[in-house]
Design a protein around this ligand. Structure first.
Ligand SMILES: [Cu+2]
Length: 480
């Protein structure tokens, strides 16, 4: 425990300083290190993307963040089976959209400009209306100029609750670093040195927008602890100290689970933990063991006792179509550096789900230079007027068995839109078979995943180290 004291004191001092500064929004609104939560099931809600001066912990001045509302990371909850009706209002000076990461929604609601919808221009709005088919821990973010829009804070949490989830408490913890100097001034989100390697790391680590916060939890209670890595770059080896935790869901997909030692949590990945909190005054630390010196990300502090604490809940396993490996169509996608910008053949314009056709990319959705590629094909540079050809075209209902082959010396958390896949095997990092929407592919590793292509539309597949995505490691596939 002593190992962490110095760091905790430093972080606490920074948070205290931030609390004393006035003049603009700061910290999370809720007491006890919690994010503000809103129930949205069946009710229309508006999310306004806008710039707000916000004092990040430890900063001497405010930072012009871009937020959905007033604070970072609003948490929206609904029950499984309830519908969503979320209207995005764009008060930014550039276009945006919302992608619902991990949600197997209809293609027209997937929030990818030029692929599933037209971008939402400044002053415009767009309504996302659908019923999420699965319970789970999801998040949402824009899908063009993501390096800046997510970097400035445009992200929120979507929790679809299981019918049978009966914990004493349900705690959300969002991990994100910020690229700021001591005065609060933003640093460049994309650097050539970072983008060409493992990504450009943030300078300030936070959990729920706070530096190593204390999060209040009931004492002697069984809690569900949802940990989300929404950072653009950082991969953690996440564990807990002070309690035994079970991993009960990966990327929101409930499974039998296992006792947590550490779990390697890359950008966009989530894990739900089940743990029993200590007696009043006791603490449980969420720790990143990836670096040489472990970092305490947050501390759960047990408060008043819960009377009649519930038994550890039994959760419904995810209801996903099992891949038919016997008849599966095999594909391999190589993750590589891009040698040169690719030229694409003249392709017909893409047809949006609403019937409109588009054929132009714009500078927010393509890159000024490509550094990375999938299958030798980088997402087009500026000047390419058409979308690249699809990486795969799959007949609806086909099981696809996909090998992701990393030929680079860097890790790539690969995300598939519109589908949840089973991680079958990997050549380096040991992990149990599990469902996911984002999987880490280690340097020189081969990871095999499988899923039933049962959601028609045009779907992205890309690296979630956002600088890799924004410089070419992005493609799409079509389910017909
Ligand atoms: Cu990558």
């Amino acid at each position: 425990m002593n190992l962490y004291n110095r760091r905790a004191v430093l972080a606490g001092g920074g948070a205290l300083l931030a609390m004393q500064l006035g003049g603009c929004a700061q910290g999370t609104a809720q007491a006890g290190g919690r994010l503000r939560e809103t129930r949205i099931g069946g009710m229309p809600v508006t999310l306004t993307a806008q710039e707000r001066a916000f004092t990040l912990p430890g900063a001497m001045g405010s930072t012009p963040l871009w937020l959905y509302g007033e604070e970072p990371f609003p948490v929206y909850r609904l029950r499984h089976g309830e519908s969503m009706d979320v209207t995005l209002v764009n008060r930014l000076k550039e276009h945006t959209s919302i992608h619902w990461h991990g949600v197997r929604g209809p293609n027209a609601m997937d929030g990818v400009p030029y692929v599933t919808q037209m971008p939402v221009q400044p002053g415009e709005s767009f309504s996302y209306r659908f019923t999420p088919p699965d319970a789970g821990t999801f998040f949402f973010h824009p899908h063009c100029n993501t390096v800046e829009q997510l970097g400035r804070g445009l992200a929120g949490v979507l929790i679809v609750e299981d019918e049978t989830g009966t914990f004493d408490d349900d705690v959300v913890c969002v991990l994100k670093d910020w690229r700021v100097d001591k005065t609060g001034k933003l640093l460049p989100f994309l650097t050539v040195e970072g983008a060409g390697r493992g990504g450009t790391f943030g300078t300030l680590r936070t959990a729920n927008g706070l530096a190593s916060p204390e999060i209040s939890v009931p004492a002697n209670a069984n809690i569900r602890f949802r940990v989300l890595n929404v950072d653009s770059t950082r991969v953690g080896d996440i564990g807990v100290q002070g309690a035994e935790a079970r991993v009960v869901a990966i990327d929101g997909n409930v499974f039998d689970g296992f006792v947590l030692d550490t779990w390697r949590l890359g950008p966009a990945m989530r894990m739900d933990l089940s743990l029993r909190t200590p007696a009043a005054g006791g603490k449980v630390q969420l720790v990143d063991f990836f670096a040489q010196e472990p970092v305490v990300l947050a501390t759960l502090v047990a408060g008043g006792a819960v009377s009649g604490a519930k038994a550890a809940a039994s959760l419904s396993p995810s209801r996903l179509a099992a891949p038919d490996l016997g008849t599966a169509e095999r594909h391999e996608l190589k993750l590589s550096a891009s040698a040169t910008a690719s030229d694409y053949p003249d392709l017909p314009p893409i047809v949006l789900p609403d019937g409109r056709t588009i054929n132009m990319l714009d500078s927010l959705c393509s890159t000024t230079r490509t550094l990375w590629a999938i299958d030798g094909k980088p997402w087009p540079q500026n000047g390419h007027e058409r979308l690249p050809p699809p990486l795969m075209t799959l007949a609806r209902g086909t099981t696809v068995r996909l090998q992701l082959t990393n030929t680079t010396p860097h890790v790539h958390p690969m995300h598939v839109h519109g589908h949840t896949f089973k991680v079958l095997s990997s050549t380096k990092l040991k992990r149990p078979e599990h469902w996911a929407d984002t999987v880490l592919v280690l340097p020189e590793e081969r990871v095999e995943i499988a899923f039933v292509a049962d959601n028609p539309g045009n779907w992205m597949i890309h690296c979630h180290i956002i600088e890799h995505q924004d410089t070419g490691m992005m493609g799409w596939f079509r389910v017909t």
